[in-house]
Design a protein around this ligand. Structure first.
Ligand SMILES: C[S@@+](CC[C@H](N)C(=O)[O-])C[C@H]1O[C@@H](n2cnc3c(N)ncnc32)[C@H](O)[C@@H]1O
Length: 271
């Protein structure tokens, strides 16, 4: 009899969970919460698990004692994966309350400690007043009107060591060597440099209206541009496990001797 009662209680719990998941739909992250898939019909398949499987091995398998900031965390897929690797504290931030509610529901169902989610724009990371061992900045860059500012702010205020970065890219995947100082005219000629038209030159494609029916897609760098912008913000690319995924480390910020590259959204924030 007791077994029958507990089975009934379990079924009621599962139904409540299913209703809570449904109430927060649509989900962009497909997460398995107690056997319920949050986005089983995702247009990219099992997303982001399928994508993560292709680059998971470049991240440390043991993050014990490490802190992680997941910027644009959505429903928290990457935050949860980092917690599973032992991170001592994971903070996910996003500008969208519904996604944060999804992340909190999943956290509650998984029973994770040390994983928090908060509403914060990438432009306001200085207010965190803390650096993190690993910053995850996946799938947000091209949604921003001011992507280089975001990278500068991340480098200045929250990047302590590693940055996991992903962006939509368009154009050539070739990367050309670019002179450190561009001449007005090619040596011995009256011609301006022709290499600016080379598809492998760092290029940021501006999207004035929509990309794939999404007006929040503002930019699409080519591969050379992603890498150049990361370097310009003070990151060195260590691994490119996928054409659009970059594992970076903090490096000296070019021209830092002339002052900070990023604006300071809060005066007196700890540095
Ligand atoms: C394409 S999703 C990527 C989600 C997740 N990082 C991934 O790679 O699967 C973009 C996410 O960035 C968030 N976002 C957009 N603009 C943001 C901003 N200014 N600050 C923080 N998050 C932002 C969106 O709400 C959304 O959750």
């Amino acid at each position: 009899m007791r077994q029958v009662v507990s089975k009934v209680a379990e079924a009621a719990d599962a139904e409540t969970l299913r209703q809570r998941i449904e109430a927060l739909a649509p989900w962009f992250h497909n997460i398995d919460i107690d056997g319920i898939s949050t986005a089983p019909d995702h247009f990219l398949g099992d997303y982001p698990a399928g994508k993560f499987a292709r680059f998971a091995s470049v991240l440390p398998s043991d993050l014990s004692g490490k802190t992680v900031l997941d910027i644009g965390c959505n429903a928290g897929f990457y935050s949860f994966e980092m917690k599973r690797r032992g991170a001592s504290h994971v903070l996910g931030i996003d500008s969208d309350e519904r996604y944060l509610a999804q992340a909190r529901l999943a956290t509650e169902a998984f029973g994770f400690d040390g994983v928090e989610f908060g509403k914060l724009s990438v432009y306001d990371v200085a207010t965190l007043g803390q650096k993190f061992d690993l910053v995850i900045f996946m799938g947000v860059f091209y949604h921003l009107r001011h992507p280089l500012l975001a990278l500068d702010l991340i480098r200045e205020h929250v990047a302590g060591d590693m940055l996991l970065f992903q962006t939509m890219q368009q154009g050539s995947s070739d990367v050309m060597e670019v002179p450190a100082d561009h001449p007005f005219f090619m040596p011995g000629t009256a011609e301006p440099p022709a290499y600016f038209d080379d598809p492998a030159y760092p290029k940021m494609h501006f999207i004035e209206r929509e990309f794939a029916h999404d007006w929040t897609n503002w930019w699409a760098p080519n591969a050379a541009c992603s890498q150049a912008m990361l370097r310009a913000a003070g990151f060195t690319v260590e691994r490119t496990p996928e054409p659009d995924v970059y594992l970076c480390r903090t490096a000296p910020v070019p021209y830092a001797q002339h002052g900070p590259a990023a604006a300071y959204p809060t005066k007196g924030a700890p540095r």
